[in-house]
Design a protein around this ligand. Sequence first.
Ligand SMILES: Nc1ncnc2c1ncn2[C@@H]1O[C@H](COP(=O)(O)OP(=O)(O)OP(=O)(O)O)[C@@H](O)[C@H]1O
Ligand SMILES: [Mg+2]
Length: 269
Amino acid sequence: MQMPAAPTETKVSIEGLQKFFRTGHTKVIALDNVNLAIPDGQFVCIVGPSGCGKTTLLRILAGLETPSDGRITVVQGDKNKPVNSMIFQEQSVFPWMTVKDNIAYGLSMRGLDSKGKDEKVDYYVKKVGLSKFAKAYPHQLSGGMKQRVSVARAFANDPEILLMDEPFAALDEQNKILLQEELLRIWEETRKTVIFITHSIDEAIVLGDRVIVMTAHPGTIKADVKVEFARPRGVYELRAQPEFGKLAYEIWGLLRDEVLKAKREEGAE
Ligand SMILES: Nc1ncnc2c1ncn2[C@@H]1O[C@H](COP(=O)(O)OP(=O)(O)OP(=O)(O)O)[C@@H](O)[C@H]1O
Ligand SMILES: [Mg+2]
């Protein structure tokens, strides 16, 4: 398979980012001095203990929260494309729309002509294996199928960056692996810039070009680990490699203290 040129242009730049929340008289610092430069086309995974500010970071990137300090820049290559699409942990499909209409939602908002829209939607319906369910409604689908709809919608939207907040966390192991493989295949075709949050070190290594490890609350970047396994990747083939185990152990070594620290803080509250 031909590989595109190594990415060089910085797509997302985060500089000195801080975010605090005020509730009554208490000020919670969620993120502190986060600095990160993400090249165009890179798949970045972020791991960190619960409450360290991962979702907050993604919400800031999506424009749903404003930074308290620092700067975020997303380079927009094509003004006609949406800047981002976000896939949330909890299912984010519209229950009153069919699979097809859910996937087409962003494209309809952009006023794409119906032929272009149909072609794109059909392509992604097929890619995520939902052809037979194109006219079904979300209540007729399993949890895994609903997340497939979210993945298809995000890619059909063709955003500048894709933000994914633990999209597969609620799925069973088998469905999770199938969705990881589908995501890998679609991503390898599109090479979108992706920021993917997960609690699973295995998932981060299987998917990412790079794993960012965050500290316990307040969240900042503790380590930036390269994942250099060749692509295309297969989930189980990769997991079977001894280097995979070594890297997972290395990342767990970085994460462990932060998880313990977060647990101690939880206990102290
Ligand atoms: N709207 C808000 N108001 C007040 N505090 C908030 C708000 N949103 C987040 N926080 C606090 O900011 C911190 C980071 O929360 P965030 O949801 O980003 O963590 P997380 O890393 O995504 O956690 P998890 O892994 O459990 O999803 C937490 O202490 C949380 O209580
Ligand atoms: Mg979160």
